[in-house]
Design a protein around this ligand. Structure first.
Ligand code: BJ8
Length: 382
């Protein structure tokens, strides 16, 4: 039986369904930990017997409320997230026992000071470069401090065994998601970029990871079977796009359909809504704290300076996914990604020899017309 339509539906409904789930979990006495970033070592949260959930705001609905406290000229992700907390409109924030953030960009870390007035916050002090010997030990210490905070908060003890179990569980999720990403390497891929985004987005709001893994593997198998039978969702010669830059949860519905309506296909998401954190596993053979520190410190985010990890990953992905063009999405007022565009553009057009475009956007629909014109001209050129 072909389960694909149901599986796609389940993933597209995952965020909404998790609004109900989160209440059920709370009612059953479970702990919820809100998160904001790919640098958060999720394993420590699972080891504490709690459930992590992303609190990144993805709509402009609460931005006017947030602007009572925050400047207008700030990244929409930060304003939206804070606005949802301020107005109690996000059930995930509402039900979080504690929120974990990191000192990534200036906007986020300063917003956390105000968020702390609404919810208990734990801010991890992230080193801003990995080319210092002490960076790893600083991050190891921060992971220990997070562990101790969760132990105190939930009145529990997190053992080495708990951490090892959690590492295995998260690695398993990464392995399964990599099977899904790998579909994008096929020419043409058996899944559209929008479908891929829907599944990845849904997966970030799923509590039951065993169920999620089963559904994704089932989906991958079904898609391959249909492909073998000759079913094609994407034209053979569709230009293949890699999306890079800021997290795209709040702008994907605006941008990806324009890309795909113009005949191209998104084959890979390099950003935090995609493969950035998933590609590298945590070493299961090492001391768990050291292994976690190594893994998360190497996330190729633009808040790191220099950020060679992003270049290395993009280089591999462009080759593996046979990418024809890169679209770098910058959320308005995100200085680190915005400044990094020059380096990314030079690398993509120079060393990799393929076209590149950057898009600066926000959560409103105001630039939709302009985006249609620019993206269609870019794709025509490929
Ligand atoms: S690891 S990309 S999730 S910091 S909030 S930096 S868009 S101005 S989200 Fe991020 Fe972690 Fe890095 Fe990933 Fe810019 Fe906005 Fe800051 Fe942002």
């Amino acid at each position: 039986m072909n389960d694909l339509p149901k599986i796609f539906d389940d993933f597209s409904e995952a965020r909404r369904n998790s609004f109900i789930k989160v209440k059920e979990y709370k009612d059953a006495g479970e702990h919820i930990v809100g998160t904001f970033c790919t640098f958060t070592p999720m394993e420590v949260i699972y080891a504490a017997g709690a459930y992590p959930i992303s609190l990144c705001g993805m709509s402009d609905e609460t931005i006017p409320d947030s602007e009572r406290d925050l400047p207008k000229n700030l990244c929409p992700l930060i304003k939206s997230s804070y606005g949802f907390a301020l107005t109690d409109k996000c059930p995930f924030t509402y039900f979080s026992d504690i929120i974990v953030g990191e000192t990534t960009c200036d906007g986020k870390k300063k917003m956390y000071e105000y968020l702390n007035e609404i919810k208990p916050m734990h801010v991890m002090q992230l080193p801003q470069a990995i080319d210092r010997k002490h960076a790893l030990s600083v991050w190891e210490n921060e992971i220990v401090i997070l562990k101790e905070r969760l132990e105190k908060e939930f009145n529990i003890e997190i053992t080495e065994e708990d951490l090892r179990e959690a590492i295995k569980k998260c690695n398993e999720e990464r392995r399964v998601l990599k099977e899904l990403y790998a579909l994008g390497k096929m020419c043409p891929p058996p899944i559209t970029g929008m479908e891929l985004h829907t599944v990845l987005h849904g997966a970030s709001f799923t509590f039951d990871k065993d169920e999620q893994n089963k559904n994704i593997l089932n989906m991958v198998e079904e898609l391959k079977k249909e492909y073998e039978k000759g079913v094609r969702k994407v034209e053979k010669d569709a230009p293949r796009i890699l999306i890079s830059g800021c997290p795209t949860g709040g702008v994907a519905d605006k941008i990806i359909p324009i890309i795909e309506a113009n005949g191209a296909v998104v084959v890979c998401y390099e950003n935090c809504s995609g493969i950035k954190e998933k590609s590298r596993l945590v070493d299961e053979t090492k001391d768990p704290i050291e292994a976690l520190a190594e893994k998360y410190l190497n996330v190729g985010c633009s808040v790191m300076a220099p950020n060679d990890n992003r270049i290395e990953m993009m280089s591999e992905l462009i080759d593996e996914y046979k990418v024809d063009g890169v679209i770098d999405i910058i959320l308005q007022a995100c200085h680190t990604y915005n400044i990094e565009t020059r380096r990314i553009k030079n690398f993509v057009t120079g060393e990799k020899g393929i076209p590149y475009m950057s898009i600066e956007t926000d959560y409103s629909q105001a630039d939709e017309g302009q985006l249609k014109t620019r993206i269609s001209a870019f794709i025509e050129m490929l």
